[in-house]
Structure formats: C-alpha cells, structure tokens
Design a protein around this ligand. Structure first.
Ligand code: FAD
Ligand code: UDP
Length: 399
C-alpha cells in the first residue's frame, strides 16, 4: 500500500502515540490531517479526536510541542529547545482548557536589563528610573511627571519607535528599545508596527513583573508532557520527522489543518513572507544558579545576543548545575517570528485570500495566520477555529 511504501522509504517515519493502523478495506483512513504538532495543531487534533474524528498529526520535526518543546539536556536540566516560553493569559477559557492536560507551577516572570554594567528592572518602572538616574521618585505621580518631561509627543503613533518615544522620550528609547529591536528584527523600530514594542509597557509603579495577566504559571511537568497528554487519544495517530509534502498524498484525508507557514503552503506563489529567526546557544554552567532572575535582556548593540535565560527559575527544578540559553537573532533559519509591518501584512492578505477560497483547509497558528501571537492566543484561535468548523459540519449534515 501507499503507506507501507512511504514507511519503507523512510526510516524516520515513526508513529509515536499509537501505531498507524489502517484497517483493510477502509478507503478513507483519516477524517483530518493536521500539519504541525505545536499549540495550534495539538489543540485542533485534540478537539477533533474528542468529537470522534480520526486524526493524523504530521510534524517535520522529530518531536511534538512545536516551539514550546522542552527536554532534559545532558546535565538533566529541563530546558526549552527554542528559547524561553512563559505561559500567561487573561482567558479563563484557555487556562481551563489546558488545565485538563497539566498541573501548574505558579510563576511570575521577572526580567532585568543590562545597561552600562547595571542590572535594572525591565519593563521600565519607577525603580528602573531611580536606579538608572540616581533619583528618588517616590510616587506614581512623580514618576509620571518625570516621564512626561522627557516624552516627545508624536502626532500619529504608527511605528514601534513612535510608541516608545511618545511615552518615555528618546533617551530611554535608545537605552532600552532601539538597539534590542535592531538586533532582534534586523531593522529599526521606526520600520516596525507599533504593536511590537507595545508588548512591553512602561510603569510608574514598582511592579517588576514582565506580565500582569490574571493567570501566570508554568506546566508543572513541562510543555512536552502536557502535549503528550493532549495527543494521547485513540483517534490520534502521530507521524514525526515527516514533511507535509511527503505525507499529503500518502495519507488521504477529508479535511486539512495546516499550521506551518502559509506562504510555503501556497508554494510561495506571491513571493516569500518575511519571518525572523534566532540561533540558540544552550550551555550548562557548573553552579547551582547563574542569574538573579530567569531572563536578562541585553539592549546594547555591542552584545550580539538579545537575552540570556536560566530555566531553573521558570521550572523550579532543583539540581547541582544549571542550564542557560543565549538568543542570537538571524535572518536565516526556522521561521520563528512573523514581522509586523504594513507591506508584510499586505502580502499575507493575498495569501489569506487564497486560503479563504479553500474550505477544506483550515489555517491556524502563528505561522499560518502570520500573527505575532503568544501561546495562549494560539490556543484561543485554535479553539475558535474548531468551533466554527464543527458548526459548519453540523450544518452540512443537517442539509
Ligand atoms: P509552532 O509552535 O511553530 O508549530 C508549528 C509546527 O508545524 C512546527 O513544529 C513545525 O515543525 C510544523 N510544520 C511547519 N511546516 C510543516 C510542514 N510543511 N510539514 C510538517 N510540519 C510542519 N509565547 C508565549 O505565550 N510566551 C512566551 O514566553 C513565548 N516565548 C517565545 C520565545 C520564542 C523564542 C519564540 C520563537 C516564541 C515564543 N512564544 C511565546 C510564542 C509561541 O512559541 C507561539 O505562540 C506558539 O508556539 C505557536 O504555536 P503554533 O502551533 O502556531 O506554531
Ligand atoms: N523590546 C526591546 N527591549 C527589551 C524588550 C523588548 O526593545 O528589553 C522590544 C523588541 O522589539 C522585542 C519586543 O519589544 O522584539 C517584544 O518583546 P518581547 O519580550 O515580548 O519579545 P518575545 O518574548 O516575543 O521575543
């Protein structure tokens, strides 16, 4: 059969959760093929499987969990292969949904930025200002007045430069945002949508948490374990190390869920959508603790990496050694970040029009919908996509 041929051709075709069994005489083995085993793909697969659909999940990487994949390294430390992933959301629906598959460890993320050899809280808060300028701002009003005296009004706040300069002025912008952004994105903040730097607020109080969401926690046994539980369903088969282009014909399916890059799906027919990549340097340090907090940001362009992460702060793991990751931004490599700017959005819209004309394919996730989404937003998007799909199928059955 086609399957046996496909399996014989490639040793890396590896059914993981349950073996791929295709009962004899069955012509339509899978109701749905899901491309990608990250948040978008796993949520779709889980929902569809619970609803009784036969689902095949295909990922070209040799593991599940997409960019949220974590694993124990040689020192036994739980690290995030693709950089630090901190879960936070204001959505009770998303939090409750994921809570079916994991216990949680309470964790509130804190970040320091290295500026002229000093470590100061980031996002900028009242203590950051006091430490940086040797001030003694005591109240929110004083901090707000200080920032207002430096802020430069911008008529229309359009770019990632405008949004910071209009809030804190040029000096703080250059200190904390300009260099970091140039490194991270390979372009000046003035060339990026305001949505990018708007992710990081400025505070006049002394709250030094990176996020203020209602739910902030880490999956107690890690992300990969959570994904194993999501995908562990008798209706779900899993093929890892297999690209969609190899699986597409070999495994017939009625519906497709695609969570890879949308331009790739359409053969780059309108040209490549820009994505930004990173190179990760993972290291183990022979000490119990290396950093004061989980993440230190390096806004200076004199340093080639953007940030360093020490995972033990996130996971609470206790062990003799500790592992850290440096992030080096790059143009080449896996597509990690869609790049929010008007011309890219216009190109995405052309691909989206093609996608909308294909009712038998659902495009979900950060790469397929070209949105700079956090994990919780991808989960929310997938749950909504599933609901729409199920409603459409129910309608078609009624007809
Ligand atoms: P992905 O996780 O990218 O999954 C897509 C999967 O599809 C991949 O595994 C890929 O191999 C597979 N695939 C693609 N094309 C094909 C193909 N043709 N054939 C087979 N398989 C294919 N979010 C947070 O909420 N908090 C954070 O702290 C956070 N930190 C982040 C740090 C970094 C460095 C990065 C890059 C992202 C971070 N995110 C964070 C965002 C988070 O990673 C994403 O929101 C989430 O992982 C997106 O899930 P997804 O399923 O859409 O995509
Ligand atoms: N940013 C910055 N300096 C910082 C932190 C963030 O300039 O110290 C900007 C930068 O452009 C970054 C964006 O804000 O890409 C969003 O930051 P976030 O920490 O949310 O990035 P992510 O975790 O998604 O990589």
């Amino acid at each position: 059969s086609l399957i046996e041929e496909a399996i014989a051709k490639r040793a890396h075709v590896r059914p993981v959760v349950s073996p791929v069994v295709w009962p004899a005489g069955r012509t339509q083995a899978y109701d749905v093929m899901v491309v990608g085993a990250g948040f978008a793909g796993a949520v779709m697969a889980e929902r569809l499987a619970v609803a009784g659909k036969r689902v095949l999940v295909v990922d070209r990487r040799p593991h599940i969990a997409g960019n949220a994949f974590d694993r124990r390294d040689d020192a036994g430390v739980l690290i995030h292969q693709y950089g630090p992933h901190i879960f936070h959301t204001n959505s009770a629906e998303v939090f409750d949904y994921l809570s079916q598959f994991t216990e949680w460890r309470r964790y509130e993320h804190r970040v320091l930025a290295e500026v002229d050899g000093k470590l100061v809280p980031m996002p900028i808060n009242r203590n950051t200002l006091n430490l940086l300028y040797g001030l003694d701002l005591e109240t929110e009003e004083e901090a707000a007045a200080f920032l207002a005296s430096r802020a430069e009004p911008v008529e229309v706040v359009r770019t990632s430069a405008d949004v910071v300069i209009s809030a804190v002025g040029r000096e703080l912008y250059e200190t904390f945002f300009q260099g970091y952004t140039r490194k991270q994105w390979g372009m000046d903040p003035s060339e990026l949508d305001k949505s990018v730097t708007s992710r990081v607020p400025t505070r006049t109080n002394t709250d030094d948490r990176y996020f203020t969401d209602k739910f902030q926690a880490m999956p107690a046994e890690g992300y990969t374990r959570m994904f194993e539980r999501m995908l562990d369903h008798p209706n779900i088969d899993l093929l890892l190390g297999v690209d969609f282009c190899e699986a597409r014909e070999a495994y017939p399916h009625q519906h497709l869920v695609f969570t890879g890059p949308i331009d790739e799906y359409f053969g780059y027919c309108y040209g490549k959508l820009p994505y930004r990549s990173l190179q990760f340097r993972h290291e183990t340090v022979d000490a119990e603790q290396h950093l004061a907090v989980a993440v230190v940001n390096y806004p200076s362009e004199d340093v080639p990496y953007t940030r360093v992460t020490e995972y033990k702060h996130l996971t609470g793991q206790v062990c003799d050694r500790t592992s850290i990751t440096y992030e080096y931004p790059s143009a080449e490599g896996d597509p990690y970040y869609p790049i929010p700017r008007p011309e890219n959005q216009a190109l995405f819209k052309r691909y989206e029009a093609l996608a909308l004309a294909q009712p038998d394919v659902s495009f979900v996730g950060r790469l397929a919908t070209y949105r700079y989404y956090n994990m919780d937003q991808v989960v929310g998007q997938a749950l909504a996509t599933y609901r729409r799909l199920a409603a459409r199928w129910a309608e078609q059955e009624d007809e």
